[in-house]
Design a protein around this ligand. Structure first.
Ligand code: M6R
Length: 370
């Protein structure tokens, strides 16, 4: 096991990827129980809808959270890219919890969207006010001064431009919030809740097991180092992980990567495939696994190299299908994004290293777009 505190890391991004089990454990210690807790400050108790504003990886965390909030807590949830909000704000709804998510707490688009929403609500006298929640990694940031409540992601400072540990910390905070809301609203049965809590507490150890596969991922990076395009597919709760994996690849390796929902992919983007376009498919053990594997068959028929991120209990049946597969420990599929994202972070990291790129400071972008 690597010593995450040592300073002998070739890049901050790699160290930050390895810090994830520790960060998740810390977030679970703070937020991982269920019931009215000091951190919760009755967030979302009255609200019937949730609106999430964010950019980049923080928006992807919001998309995973949308799945959880709707499917586990039964709360209608919208997610909008904060950078699009000025042009297309959503219709105002009563009893709404508005959540702004930004690891830095300073992203100009996210703050501007939040401010616009506050003005719109203030001007719409007849509509009940929203409550305002911020999720950020930066105590004292501008965001924290502009919301009623803040949930800190406790990831410690993240230097690499690519969000890694702050992303998984955002997911954990969102998941704990979802469970609390689900319990408050009696939207979840006891048995389901206990299963999820048991699974949640296993996450740090299982993340560690995923990290132990770095060598296999490094070999895969070698196979993909010359690729110019890459497609990533996920469904349901992992659709946003396909988007996040594609973002990691784009910003660290400059490879043209796109993430799609496995279903939507068949409605046009599949025309992109040929032997030069590898397809990475996320296959947790859930009700969509069969349909995902059928999509992989189709991709292979067009000559694409097929790479799978596959749950352990499906691995025997998928070995002959995939050209390469990374096997992930079994975990309740609803929590699988927390594991599935790690091989994608490592893949992006290793391709960037093999390409001789400045992993921590990719060209054209800065850590915070303030
Ligand atoms: O600080 P924020 O979370 O608001 O940043 C939002 C995006 O700029 C950020 O997630 C960006 O996409 C990252 N470089 C992704 O790795």
């Amino acid at each position: 096991m690597k010593d995450v505190l040592s300073s002998n890391w070739p890049h901050c991004m790699l160290q930050e990827i390895y810090q994830q089990p520790e960060v998740v454990a810390k977030c679970l210690e703070r937020y991982g129980g269920v019931g009215i807790r000091d951190w919760q400050a009755r967030i979302g108790e009255q609200e019937s809808e949730i609106h999430i504003l964010a950019c980049g990886s923080s928006r992807h965390a919001g998309l995973v959270a949308q799945y959880w909030l709707e499917q586990l807590a039964g709360i209608p949830t919208r997610v909008r890219s904060a950078s699009e909000f000025q042009e297309a704000p959503w219709p105002l709804t009563p009893n709404t919890l508005t959540i702004a998510v930004t690891q830095s707490g300073e992203t100009a688009d996210t703050l501007a969207a939040l401010r616009l929403e506050k003005v719109r609500r203030a001007q719409s006298g007849h509509i009940q006010q929203s409550s305002w929640l911020g999720i950020t990694n930066q105590p004292g940031s501008t965001l924290t001064q502009e919301v009623d409540h803040t949930l800190l992601t406790l990831a410690g400072s993240e230097i690499g431009v690519a969000a890694t540990k702050t992303f998984t910390a955002q997911l954990v905070v969102f998941f704990c919030l979802t469970l609390d809301l689900a319990v408050q609203r009696r939207a979840i049965i006891e048995e389901n809740l206990s299963q999820l809590l048991v699974a949640l507490r296993q996450v740090p150890a299982l993340m560690q097991q995923v990290l132990e596969q770095e060598k296999t991922i490094q070999d895969l990076a070698q196979q993909l180092v010359a690729a110019e395009h890459c497609i990533l597919l996920g469904r349901g709760v992992n659709r946003a992980i396909a988007l996040e994996g594609a973002l990691k690849l784009k910003e660290t390796t400059y490879l043209h990567a796109e993430g799609y929902s496995g279903g939507e992919f068949l409605h046009g983007p599949i025309a992109l495939l040929d032997a030069r376009v590898p397809v990475v498919t996320i296959v947790p053990n859930d009700s969509s696994s069969e349909v995902m594997l059928a999509t992989v068959e189709k991709a292979k028929a067009h000559g694409s190299p097929a790479i799978g991120l596959v749950s352990q209990n499906l691995a025997a049946q998928t070995t002959s299908l995939f050209d390469s597969q990374i096997i992930l420990p079994d975990l309740d599929y609803r929590l699988s994004p927390l594991l599935m994202v790690i091989p994608l972070q490592l893949l992006a990291y290793h391709i960037a290293v093999l390409r001789g790129l400045d992993v921590d400071r990719p060209r054209n972008i800065t850590k915070t777009l303030a």
